[in-house]
Design a binder for this molecule. Structure first.
Ligand code: UD1
Ligand code: MG
Length: 473
């Protein structure tokens, strides 16, 4: 067995997966050090977009972030991300999600094996090299973990296979005497191999000790003149090394090349997220008409009516009812609250227990205490509202003068009359009453009544006289 001596490199910084990621338990008792190499150097022309392909989003975060999250959960200690030249936005997103990841540039797209070798200096010193594709974002952490388990059981290479409903375009798994002998790319297939339906998902795991030698043994004598990562299988077999196949359902290995596939992946992901939410005690009156984000968090006995959109960073407490046509992002909703129909909760919203937010009410960067009611046509922005306060129809906080945002503070048990305008910065004391239509520019003392509008003037019989005058003409 010829193992190429790999020059020792200074170790890459360890990667701490973001908080909230539960690692997949690994079978092997001895901890195997794992490097994940994420390939993102493809051009993604078929997206027809100014935005790099791997930054297109699924369930509220980029494909790249999904893949980084999955390899992190599968126990990757260190990340290497391979990008093409001039992909600053991709680098920025990678750094945002995984600040210690090392970035490698593949100067020209010469194939997937060449892309992994762009990160050659990172490959030394690891037991498991996990190779992931940034445009294959639905692979579950458990599946990456299965590839690692295969390495722990003395396989040099572990590939991910799937039964393709339409195998055209994919590399096929070629078996000889019951063992995987090679992967043949679609363009290199022999005629009788065309009907094989067991295909290569692309990503794979390679034993660290063999990785560089196997990759460097790969040539480019093939139909596309590219260095194929899939040829690592044949290279391993030539050296008498064991190769394993792990299988996955087709929907998990969907690769995204165009917007139709992006939409297909989105619907797979949405179904997954809703299945998980339903298993934890959420009722969707029509699951297909609700959009979730990757991190939407629900308590128990939550009910979601149709046509509700959950953007990123939303947390819903126990027993909440979100009624139809509501749009929520960056909001925390306390237990027992009722939101909507037609409500909009924007980032920085925190609703206490049993808050009611009704139709055409918008809340932004505001904390509403327990039992607050804003049932119709209100805007509450940059505000703190005390428990039990009632915000009347059409009441608004005027939080912006065109340059600066100002805060409104409303105490407990305040009655804000209909159509009141609270001009921030302003403080309303607990228990105060704000008369309807008031424009409140000064602070209001607790338990006071404020009437801040012109007094009503009544002119008896004025209208009758006015009409009579016009009739004479
Ligand atoms: C690859 C597999 C094929 C498999 C298919 C599954 C190879 C040679 N073929 O083909 O067996 O059935 O995935 O979808 O591996 N990339 C780079 N640099 C390159 C080329 C690619 O970084 O020079 C990245 C791409 O950004 C992408 C990934 O590698 O994330 C896969 O590349 P792609 O061109 O889509 O490979 P396929 O032709 O789909
Ligand atoms: Mg592809």
């Amino acid at each position: 067995m010829d193992i190429v001596a790999v020059q020792a490199n200074p170790p890459l910084p360890a990667w701490a997966p973001p908080a909230g990621l539960d690692p997949v338990p690994m079978k092997s008792s001895a901890k195997r050090r794992c490097l994940a190499v994420v390939l993102a150097a493809g051009e993604g022309k078929r997206m027809r977009s100014e935005r790099p392909k791997v930054l297109h989003e699924l369930a509220g975060r980029s494909m790249l972030a999904h893949v980084l999250g999955a390899v992190g959960k599968a126990g990757a200690d260190t990340l290497a991300i391979v990008v093409g030249p001039d992909q600053d936005e991709v680098v920025a997103e990678a750094k945002r999600f995984a600040p210690t990841a090392e970035i490698f540039i593949q100067p020209a797209p010469l194939g997937t094996a060449n892309a992994v070798l762009a990160a050659k200096t990172a490959l030394a010193g690891f037991d498991d090299i996990l190779i992931a594709f940034a445009d294959t974002p639905l692979v579950a952490p458990e599946t990456f973990a299965k590839l690692r388990h295969a390495l722990a059981e003395s396989h040099a290479v572990a590939v991910l296979g799937f039964e393709a409903s339409d195998p055209a375009g994919y590399g096929r798994l070629i078996f000889e005497d019951g063992a995987l002998a090679a992967i043949r790319e679609d363009k290199d297939l022999r005629e009788k191999e065309r009907r094989l339906t067991l295909c290569n998902a692309g990503l794979m795991a390679i034993e660290g000790a063999h990785c560089v030698a196997l990759l460097e043994a790969i040539g480019k004598t093939n139909a596309q003149g590219e260095y194929y990562l899939s040829d690592a299988v044949a290279a391993a077999r030539r050296r008498g090394l064991e190769v394993a196949v792990v299988s996955a359902p087709e929907e998990e290995v969907l690769g995204i090349n165009d917007r139709r596939q992006l939409a297909a992946a989105e619907s797979v992901l949405q179904a997954r997220l809703k299945a998980k939410a339903m298993a934890s005690g959420v009722t969707f009156l029509d699951p297909e008409r609700v959009h979730l984000s990757y991190d939407t968090a629900f308590g128990r006995d939550v009910t979601i009516e149709p046509d509700v959109f959950f953007g990123p960073r939303v947390k819903i407490g126990d027993g909440v009812l979100v009624r139809a046509f509501s749009h929520l992002e960056g909001a925390e909703v306390g237990p027992g609250a009722v939101v909507g129909p037609f409500a909009r909760l924007r980032p920085g919203t925190a609703l206490g227990e049993n808050v009611h937010i009704g139709n055409f009410v918008e809340v932004k960067a505001a904390t509403l205490g327990a039992g607050v009611k804003a049932n119709h046509l209100a805007y509450v922005g940059d505000a703190t509202i005390g428990a039990g306060t009632n915000i009347g129809a059409g009441a608004i906080t005027c939080n912006y003068d065109g340059f600066t945002k100002f805060h409104t503070e409303v105490g407990k048990g305040v009655f804000v009359g209909a159509n009141a305008a609270l001009v921030a910065p302003v403080k309303i004391g607990a228990g105060a009453y704000i008369a309807s239509g008031s424009v409140v520019t000064d602070d209001v003392a607790a338990d006071a009544l404020v009437v801040a509008r012109a007094r009503q003037v009544e002119k008896p019989f004025w209208a009758k006289a006015f009409r009579a005058k016009h009739r004479k003409v």
